[in-house]
Ligand binder design. Structure first.
Ligand SMILES: [Zn+2]
Length: 413
């Protein structure tokens, strides 16, 4: 434990317990205290070890009332900027239509693309703001949002600009990912390679020039894009200095994870059909596995991601809401924690690590987010729970007392 002694303390949390999430475990400190200086955590340890003058020197004391302090959740995979509703499609699916059938018949993603293209930037911002607000109230303090419901230059830039506005208007840390290669737009239905040329020659350079995304993602799948097309996008993205992410092996094994690993991707996401050789490539290149039980649940999938292989190969497992209108309209991280346990057989500890430090790894933010250590950003949530496992176990409950982001309190009961 670092014992950096700060000159000044702005906020001191006392009378609580801390799950720090360091060393790949909950790493619990019972009867803990935690000091915040400016935007960062300046001290954490046993309350009885608190230096004498801390309480008198601090600006504000927060009594945790025997609750638990955890790092704010890092939701590392969402598609939350969209317009239109897919609730009718949900009803269609309940009447027997499959995700693939809906997609091949111009429904699915393309219906959201149509609505998103027609929406004004302001309308999109208002719609997405409600979703960000909901996630914030779930204890999510860092968030990744992908574009991908535009599929033309103008709308993809519009979505990324909305994400930038969300970042400016909300206290959460928000990273934007360009997912122009999400589905084939109607204009290119018979010319997928032409669309890939548009992406590599026009869209990626424009996104880079505007500086409005840090990563590039692709939907590599039988109903998405092929391995050679994915590779072409990654080559351009890498040349332009983007981080790489991939929707891989969700509905079939396309060997996408191995390809993304060769590009030193931050993460491969979904991974239900990942092969052992693909997993070994991920381990070799230190790629995080982002598991999305919300989509698995919503699509009534049966093939589970190979959690045992991730454990054996020590691949960090992140979990995320995958908030999107088609396959995971899930606005709750605590529900995702329960799903990770019940559907993917993860332990509560693994699920909680997945929503914190491993989510941060999937975004390349592990040096500043995702765990409670002196020197890291003070992104913290105080929960009114008896044990950290309650967050996975108490389905439907979000017992938050206080949310702090970069040293500022944004929510308190
Ligand atoms: Zn996704």
């Amino acid at each position: 434990m670092k014992t950096l002694l700060p000159d000044k303390i702005d906020v001191l949390f006392i009378n609580g317990h801390v799950a720090t999430m360091v060393d790949n475990a909950l790493s619990i400190i019972k009867k803990a205290a935690l000091a915040v200086t400016g935007e960062t955590i300046s001290w954490v340890g046993k309350e009885k070890s608190l230096p004498q003058n801390f309480k008198t020197r601090c600006q504000k004391i927060i009594d945790c009332n025997k609750g638990w302090i955890l790092p704010g959740f890092v939701d590392c995979h969402t598609h939350l900027v969209w317009a239109g509703s897919r609730s009718q499609e949900f009803e269609m699916r309940l009447n027997g239509a499959s995700y693939e059938e809906i997609s091949k018949n111009g429904g699915g993603i393309l219906s959201t693309v149509k609505s998103t293209r027609n929406a004004s930037k302001n309308d999109l911002f208002i719609l997405a703001s409600k979703r960000v607000e909901a996630l914030l109230k779930q204890g999510i303090t860092s968030l990744e949002i992908k574009s991908g419901y535009g599929l033309d230059l103008e709308t993809e830039l519009k979505i990324l600009d909305v994400i930038r506005r969300l970042d400016e208007n909300f206290p959460l840390h928000i990273d934007a990912t360009f997912l122009g290669v999400h589905a084939l737009p109607p204009e290119y239905q018979h010319n997928p390679d032409g669309y890939i040329d548009l992406v590599t020659q026009a869209m990626l350079p424009a996104v880079k020039a505007q500086g409005i995304a840090t990563a590039v993602d692709v939907f590599c799948e039988t109903i998405g894009f092929t391995l050679p097309q994915t590779k072409k996008v990654f080559e351009t993205a890498k040349d332009l200095g983007f981080n790489i992410k991939l929707h891989a092996e969700q509905l079939s094994n396309s060997n996408g994870a191995a390809l993304a690993s060769e590009f030193n991707a931050l993460s491969c996401d979904h991974l239900e059909y990942l092969s052992l050789s693909g997993a070994k490539k991920m381990a070799q290149h230190n790629v995080a596995a982002v598991l999305l039980p919300g989509a698995f649940y919503f699509l009534k999938e049966t093939q589970k991601p190979p959690v045992d292989i991730f454990r054996n190969l020590k691949i960090p497992m992140a979990v995320s809401t995958d908030l999107n209108p088609g396959s995971s309209p899930v606005h709750s991280m605590t529900l995702i924690l329960n799903m990770a346990c019940m559907l993917f057989d993860m332990t509560c500890e693994e699920a909680l690590l997945g929503a914190t430090i491993n989510g941060a790894k999937a975004l390349g933010l592990e040096h500043s987010k995702g765990s409670i250590e002196a020197g890291k950003d003070a992104d913290l949530v105080v929960w009114d729970i008896d044990t950290p496992e309650d967050l996975c176990y108490l389905v439907g409950l979000t017992p938050i007392n206080t949310i702090m982001i970069k040293g500022n309190i944004h929510y308190t009961t």
